[in-house]
Design a protein around this ligand. Structure first.
Ligand SMILES: [Fe+2]
Ligand SMILES: [Fe+2]
Length: 347
């Protein structure tokens, strides 16, 4: 057994028109713009960065896209913790590819946030200062290599439930980023399930390790969908704007219904005595997650919050010279291109 290395604590707008050389400025009625925006939303068409949008819509999206981008980047840490101790070359190649995918997801999403006027620097500074959040799940430690399988199966599985509907979200750049991300999440989920299935065909000790890991990750995975609907004040407005298309509780139920048959096929159980099929509802009933634990983790008191943010800060600080060098190189290259063009023109 490899020793765990994830050392966490245990515990108004104007439109200009030009006519006959005279620029005429027409005050466009804000009500009219709002009506156009509402019409686009009701047709389930996309809002694009150049379109007018209510300031609150823009702010809500920046918050959601930033939180999503941060989750992808912070989410590299718990699994990255095991890359150097993968049990075989094949497992190492799979895990490396998966963790790199998550970096890519973060970058697509920061780019989507940029189209709303929020720079990556600004968002990262806010994350490090604790002013923006990331998914609560990444504040739990990875104590064994088995956790790589469980995260792939349950955490990426929950992410898929959350993210597939986002492919049709109302803001264009976010929805298009999600299409590619979802394809990769599907690979993540399958590799996790395949790892666990391989272990279940192994020794008694390996089977016990899978069950122990699933026991730790089940409840935090259910919490990934956010608080219950009656305690989620932003949901209604986000659904009206087409940013969200399903409520937290609807998605949580979908995830439970999807996961139970998979657990049966795998030969593991979930740590919930209240989990049983409800013929009348056509869904599985399940117990209430510990929302006090959820809010404690969200507020910064989970087992790994400090470690995750400190690691991100260290990487950001240590990478400053790379960002400065890349910027200087881009500026010099642009100046060189300009000089060459000027010389050519002078010939
Ligand atoms: Fe991802
Ligand atoms: Fe993933």
């Amino acid at each position: 057994m490899v020793e765990p290395n994830d050392q966490c604590r245990t515990h108004g707008p104007q439109k200009g028109t030009s006519k006959g050389g005279v620029v005429m400025t027409t005050q466009v009625n804000e009500t009219e713009l709002e009506a156009q925006f509402a019409d686009t939303i009701s047709r389930k068409d996309r809002i694009e960065p150049r379109d007018w949008m209510p300031e609150k819509y823009r702010k809500t999206l920046v918050r959601q896209v930033a939180q999503h981008a941060h989750s992808e980047i912070i989410g590299m840490q718990p699994e990255g913790n095991w890359i150097s101790r993968a049990p075989s070359l094949r497992r190492k190649a799979i895990l490396l590819a998966k963790v790199q995918d998550e970096a890519g997801h973060g970058l697509y999403l920061y780019s989507a946030a940029e189209t709303l006027g929020a720079t990556r620097d600004e968002l990262t500074e806010k994350l490090i200062a604790g002013k923006q959040k990331y998914s609560s799940i990444f504040n739990y430690p990875t104590l064994s290599y088995t956790d790589v399988g469980t995260i792939g199966w349950l955490v990426d599985g929950a992410a898929i439930c959350n993210q597939v509907p986002l492919c049709r979200t109302s803001f264009g750049p976010y929805g298009r980023a999600m299409i590619r991300i979802c394809k990769e999440e599907s690979f993540h989920q399958r590799q996790g399930y395949e790892l666990l299935m391989t272990m279940m065909r192994g020794t008694e000790e390996q089977r016990a390790s899978v069950q122990e890991s699933v026991n730790r990750f089940w409840w935090p995975s259910l919490m990934m969908f956010g608080p219950p609907d009656d305690d989620s004040p932003n949901t209604e407005q986000s659904m009206e704007w087409g940013i969200k298309t399903h409520t937290n509780d609807e998605l949580r139920q979908k995830f439970v219904d999807m996961s139970v048959p998979q657990a049966e096929a795998l030969g593991v159980t979930f740590p919930d005595e209240g989990l049983k099929w409800n013929e009348e509802r056509g869904h599985y009933d399940f117990s209430t997650p510990d929302w006090d634990e959820f809010w404690a983790v969200v507020k910064g008191n989970g087992p790994c919050n400090e470690q995750r943010v400190a690691h991100r800060k260290r990487a950001w600080d240590e990478g400053a010279w790379v960002r400065e060098a890349a910027l200087a190189f881009a500026e010099n290259s642009a100046a060189d291109t300009e000089n060459t063009a000027a010389e050519e023109a002078a010939k």
